[in-house]
Design a protein around this ligand. Structure first.
Ligand SMILES: Cc1cc2nc3c(=O)[nH]c(=O)nc-3n(C[C@H](O)[C@H](O)[C@H](O)COP(=O)(O)O)c2cc1C
Length: 494
């Protein structure tokens, strides 16, 4: 395997050039010929969700900043981020950012914790977002805000950024050695999962109290509830058949419905996964990471350690179980679903396609547009199967200049209900608002997927857009980030 030659998006100067490149990659990725504005744009059309209106078709994805207080409270940089989500014009705020339902479930010592002690701060975050939205866009009655509830499971680091304190759903032959799992005592017992279910319900009550419209019961990116979905080898009531693997979700939903029946519930799901990737050691150089290659999974076939993969070849997705899971969501009365893929820790090229790798990653094993198309087409397939769900799509930021036209195509043709914006929301929160009002973009603010927003927290620093956002450029953290990148050589591929 060699390093693929990657064509940079800004070098594609026309729709024809974009299409020719897509064709050369052998992928299916469509775009509208021009940007539509105002009511001509499919992105500006409202959407109904159980009797309420969501004012348009783009969402701010949850984007955490590794910037809370040591007790999981809010800070100025967090308030600034939520203010910018409000200013973005997005009418669906999917989660804000991951909020741990209890202190030991944090992915890092700076993650928000949704507890009674932090209630006033959470209310302030929400109020700041709503106020910023009102000032910029007028009405807020068509704005829908969710809080994302999480337990980071295998990726918990609640005390110190450098010290893993994993708690897992089951022993994983390829991830255990990478995540500090060495003994069965780190596997959650059934009783512990029952207690954790109560923590989710308590967190949902707090969310409702401070004015959230919905909670997202996070099932993505390798965190606990996502890992439970692949707990084929776990004995007992939370392992084995999908009915058991999804039991904790059903119990959380029942608890929320009993105590806060008016609160909407959503689920963010990694609809497919893969085996963990690593830099190819044969192509790693002193100043270069190698391109990603999968860990050797051959001793573990049929592969029973990931959700939404073909067990005979886990490098391929299989949407049969994700389809069953979405059917379960429909039966539970859940309408809001945000579809993602993989994990930022072990398959970043699937989860957030980028040209520059994060410092704990690998060079792209494929043109990142392949990763974008994979997610977009997965949503298209599931949308055809579930017209009754509101499906939010992910992975659009790498499209850069072409983001609005691609989003417009998939929206106009009903292949997605809401386009989620992640990294581009950090550098250019109003990217879709400007596209759909002015019909053009400010190229200087477009996210170029430098991955500093991931590399910074991997090195104990706050996340943010260091290359393009003056606020982060001016921080002392920017100097530290530069030094750690120089030490680790996070170079772009050819
Ligand atoms: C800095 C950073 C923070 C993120 N925080 C969260 C989070 O708190 N919860 C979550 O579900 N996803 C999180 N994500 C993933 C994004 O929501 C999104 O899925 C990903 O960036 C791909 O979308 P994009 O191509 O628009 O960036 C984060 C991603 C980044 C880069």
């Amino acid at each position: 395997m060699t390093t693929p030659k990657i064509v940079r998006i800004p070098s594609l100067k026309s729709n024809e050039a974009f299409r020719a490149h897509v064709q050369s990659l052998g992928i299916d990725l469509q775009l509208e010929d021009r940007l539509s504005v105002g009511t001509d744009s499919a992105l500006t059309q409202p959407l109904q969700c159980n009797g309420r209106s969501i004012g348009n078709r783009w969402a701010a994805h949850p984007m955490e900043g590794w910037d809370g207080t040591a007790t999981g409270g809010i800070t100025d940089s967090m308030l600034r981020r939520w203010r910018r989500f409000g200013e973005s014009g997005a009418k669906l705020i999917w989660g804000g950012e991951a909020m741990a339902v209890r202190p030991d479930g944090r992915a890092n010592p700076r993650q928000l914790i949704i507890t009674k002690e932090n209630k006033a701060g959470l209310a302030e975050l929400r109020k700041t977002l709503v106020e910023a939205h009102r000032q910029r866009w007028g009405r807020t009655d068509d704005l829908m805000i969710g809080f994302q509830l999480t337990h980071s499971g295998r990726f918990c680091r609640p005390t110190d950024q450098k010290t893993p304190e994993p708690r897992v759903a089951y022993r994983h032959p390829l991830l255990d050695p990478k995540t500090g799992v060495t003994e069965d005592g780190q596997v959650f017992s059934d009783d512990e999962l029952k207690r954790l279910t109560e923590d989710y319900v308590e967190a949902a009550k707090i969310a409702a109290d401070v004015g959230a419209d919905f909670v997202d019961i996070k099932h993505c990116h390798g965190y606990l509830l996502h890992e439970l979905l692949s707990a084929h080898t776990r004995p007992g009531i939370y392992g084995g058949p999908l009915e058991n693997r999804a039991r904790m979700l059903c119990e959380i939903v029942a608890g929320i419905r009993a105590y806060v029946p008016k609160l909407e519930i959503g689920v963010r799901l990694s609809a497919f996964d893969s085996v963990p990737y690593k830099p190819n050691p044969e192509l790693t150089r002193p100043n270069r990471m190698g391109p990603g290659i999968p860990e050797d999974f051959s001793p573990y076939l049929p592969y029973r350690y990931a959700f939404g993969v073909n067990a005979s070849n886990p490098l391929e997705s299989d949407l049969a179980e994700p389809t069953e899971f979405l059917t379960l969501l429909v039966n539970l009365g859940i309408k809001l679903v945000n579809l993602s893929a993989g994990s930022p820790y072990y398959t970043p090229h699937l989860q957030r396609p980028a040209i520059y790798p994060p410092s704990d990653g690998y060079e792209p094993p494929e043109d990142p547009l392949v990763g974008v198309a994979r997610q977009i087409n997965m949503v298209r397939t599931l949308k055809a199967r579930f017209p009754q769900l509101i499906l939010v799509g992910t992975g659009y930021s790498y499209l850069q200049e072409y983001l609005p036209q691609v989003a417009e195509y998939y929206m106009r043709n009903h292949h997605v209900d809401v386009v989620g914006v992640g990294r581009a929301m950090l550098s250019y929160p109003t990217i879709l608002a400007e596209a759909t009002t002015m019909g053009k973009l400010d190229a200087g603010r477009i996210c170029r997927t430098f991955s500093d927003c991931t590399t910074a927290p991997r090195n104990g620093l706050r996340s943010g857009c260091y290359p393009l956002d003056p606020y982060y450029k001016s921080l002392e953290d920017a100097v530290k980030l530069k030094a750690s990148k120089a030490a680790k050589s996070c170079a772009a591929p050819n």
